[in-house]
Design a binder for this molecule. Structure first.
Ligand code: GDP
Ligand code: MN
Length: 343
């Protein structure tokens, strides 16, 4: 293996890297990247960064998914970036396209209204397919079924700090199911009826609601009102057993039947976040403060001088999104500290 790895200069592992690679325990985990063929250059950059900052020392495999076949050019440009296993998968049609149960006239009217109101991606069908796929299907893809843990990566994101331990193993050892680096408000116009459906589901299925849940992070009044806070799902390290389990399966199917992925524009971020808040206990949700992460236009940069210097971070700690007015981080902090409902 070291022969192959040595071909990857100037990024080839040091003797320390190789020792760690040989010694460490591994989780049953993979990166997952949903991408279009046109996302090639951004995908290359994202993989290059996560390799440099983390994976050259850990060698976790990658799964790349697309609803159309990846081109030969795409696959060869990606495969040279890592010595880890890389698999390219085609998404089954029934996991991607708008189902026949959706009333297309009603869906079109919803898109036209949102486009007219200048809601981002408001007129896009493919964006809705993507959000529904990420909500309910990526963890059921045949290439993903063999893994328990995943780390979601998108084209053109940045990892700003060295990650000097294994976040998957951390999640496993600390009984976590879901993690985030950035939390913010959702656009209300994309989810006008989502919260009402969530509460209907919760009333029908009290058995799924975790005892020490995070409802109060998202609601000031025990669930009547949604404050629109959610975790930004373009970064996720999480446990697919949670998505595959009875609570989330019933929840996703219930939401899918309401049609809001197409009649409105429900994002996978609020859907995942609300599920994690209700069906996991609050200490099963982890904030990865030490992972410096950027997805345009926001960056989470570790603030504490210790973390920032230790990670050799390239981000500006003064420009971290955490305490921006549009961030929900201070609500998360207050919720974790006091348990109180958040406006
Ligand atoms: P945003 O982060 O909400 O602005 O949305 P993005 O455009 O970044 O899309 C989210 C993820 O889905 C990225 O990994 C994209 O590469 C991927 N994606 C979005 N639309 C499509 C699509 O139509 N087909 C495929 N295969 N991937 C898509
Ligand atoms: Mn994105």
């Amino acid at each position: 293996a070291s022969d192959t790895l040595e071909n990857f200069r100037p990024h080839s592992p040091t003797a320390d890297d190789l020792a760690e690679l040989a010694a460490g325990r591994r989780a049953n985990a993979s990166f997952v990247i949903l991408a279009r063929n046109s996302d090639l250059s951004g995908t290359v950059r994202s993989i290059r960064e996560i390799e440099d900052r983390f994976n050259r020392r850990y060698n976790y495999p990658y799964v790349l998914l697309n609803e159309v076949p990846f081109t030969e050019d795409f696959m060869s440009r990606i495969s040279v970036l890592t010595s880890a296993k890389v698999e390219f998968g085609l998404i089954p049609k029934e996991h991607w396209y708008q189902p026949d149960s959706i009333d297309e006239d009603k869906a079109r009217a919803g898109r036209e209204k949102m486009e007219h109101d200048n809601i981002i991606y408001g007129g896009s069908v493919s964006y809705r397919n993507m959000c529904r796929f990420n909500s309910g299907f990526f963890f059921r893809h045949p290439l993903m079924e063999k893994y328990r843990w995943y780390w979601r990566i998108e084209p053109d994101v940045h990892f700003h700090c060295d990650i000097q331990y294994d976040p998957f193993v951390y999640m496993e050892d600390h009984n976590k199911v879901y993690s985030f680096t950035i939390t913010m408000y959702e656009y209300e116009a994309t989810i006008p009826t989502l919260w009402g459906h969530v509460m209907d589901f919760a009333r029908q299925h009290p058995e799924f609601i975790a005892k020490d849940n995070s409802l109060n992070f998202m609601s000031p009044d025990g669930g009547n009102k949604y404050n629109l806070c959610h975790f930004w799902s373009n970064f996720e390290i999480a446990d697919m057993e949670f998505w595959r389990g009875p609570a989330y399966t019933a929840f996703f199917n219930y939401l899918d039947e309401q049609g809001g992925f197409y009649y409105e524009r429900w994002g996978d971020a609020p859907v995942h976040s609300i599920a994690a808040a209700l069906f996991a206990s609050k200490d099963q949700i982890h904030f990865f403060d030490d992972i410096g992460y950027e997805h345009n236009p926001y960056t989470h940069c570790p603030k504490g001088k210790g973390l920032w210097a230790k990670g050799k971070c390239t981000c500006d700690p003064l420009k971290s999104f955490d305490y921006d007015g549009y961030s929900c981080m201070s609500k998360w902090d207050r919720f974790v500290e006091t348990g109180a409902g958040q406006h």
